[in-house]
Design a protein around this ligand. Structure first.
Ligand SMILES: [Ca+2]
Ligand SMILES: [Ca+2]
Length: 307
């Protein structure tokens, strides 16, 4: 039993090849034997001891196996290691606003092997920054609503070890952010001009710069709600051509589409899209020429659409 203990001790202590001297007395002789690298197989002319037979896994010739979540060292009775790194992991680096995401923690040992995800309750969770409402003791993070894609971070710690995971909270809906939610105006536009909510000047029906056009209209028209700009429509006859009419409107904005419609006198009050037209552009002013303005009178309107 003493020699058995010696063999195991040597096996755990290192990977070098040991040569053991013959042992003898007047009554017995134990021939010299050697222990292979890793200490997993030892033998003499009278016996063979495989490390795997005493609690290790595999045979001594196997390499140390590992992947991202586990490690296996064949032939060892036990493994000595020290946790050196915590790592927060997730199936996704993004989280939709208003939803939850399960996070997990891996522990990495000083032999570069990983343990399977730890029980999340073994570490302390916290929100580092960003629009995260909470992270539970079980590693479930809950995202707040945002007005644009926004970075965030979660931390875990245990003892002297800690780790962080960077996430991005994705803006899924354009009109769900705090006091700016559900008013028909994109929250990012409201934040751009009126800062973070609340700001009563950002309301859809407010005429923040006194132009007579509301924030909602200016948002749809792609205008600055604070600089006094206005969207105008002008109707002019075409000189020398009484059957044509120019509809001049602007300023036109990127990302907006414009539809000119008319209502005929003697009609049933319905609006019709102007189809027989010529279009010209002068700076930010656009002119559509109605080529069939033969009615005694026509009403025109410009419909603005935002994607
Ligand atoms: Ca949003
Ligand atoms: Ca809004």
């Amino acid at each position: 039993m003493r020699r058995f203990g010696l063999l195991i001790s040597l096996a755990v202590a290192g990977f070098a090849t040991f040569a053991v001297a013959d042992q003898s007395s007047s009554d017995y002789l134990v021939s010299a034997q050697s222990i292979d690298a890793g200490g997993t197989v030892a033998g003499s002319t009278t016996y063979l001891l495989r490390g795997s037979a005493i609690g290790g896994s595999g045979v001594g010739a196997d390499p140390v196996l590992s992947n991202g979540t586990y490690g296996r060292k064949p032939g060892f009775v036990g493994q000595l290691y020290r946790i050196t790194t915590l790592q927060v992991v997730s199936n996704s680096q993004t989280i939709d606003e208003g939803t939850t995401l399960q996070l997990n923690v891996l522990a990495k040992a000083d032999d570069d092997t990983y343990f399977a995800p730890l029980d999340a309750s073994l570490v302390a969770w916290s929100v580092v920054n960003g629009p995260l409402i909470s992270v539970s003791n079980s590693g479930v993070v809950t995202a707040d609503h945002v007005y644009q894609d926004t970075p965030a971070a979660v931390a875990v710690s245990r003892g002297t070890l800690s780790s962080q995971l960077q996430l991005t909270v994705l803006n899924v809906s354009n009109d769900d952010f705090g006091a700016y939610a559900g008013d028909g105006v994109d929250d990012s536009w409201q934040v751009q001009y009126f800062g973070l909510p609340p700001n009563p000047l950002a309301g859809p029906n407010v005429d923040a710069d006194g132009t007579g056009q509301t924030n909602l209209f200016k948002f749809m028209a792609g205008l600055n709600p604070l600089d006094g700009s206005r969207f105008t429509v002008d109707i002019q006859r075409v000189p020398g051509n009484p059957s044509e009419m120019n509809i001049i409107f602007g300023p036109v904005a990127n990302g907006r589409s414009y539809l000119v419609q008319y209502q005929s006198n003697g009609g049933n009050g319905a609006w019709y899209t102007l189809t027989s037209t010529n279009q010209t552009q002068n700076g930010l002013d656009r002119t559509l020429t109605d080529l069939g303005a033969t009615d005694r009178s026509r009403l025109y309107r410009v419909q603005i659409s935002s994607p």
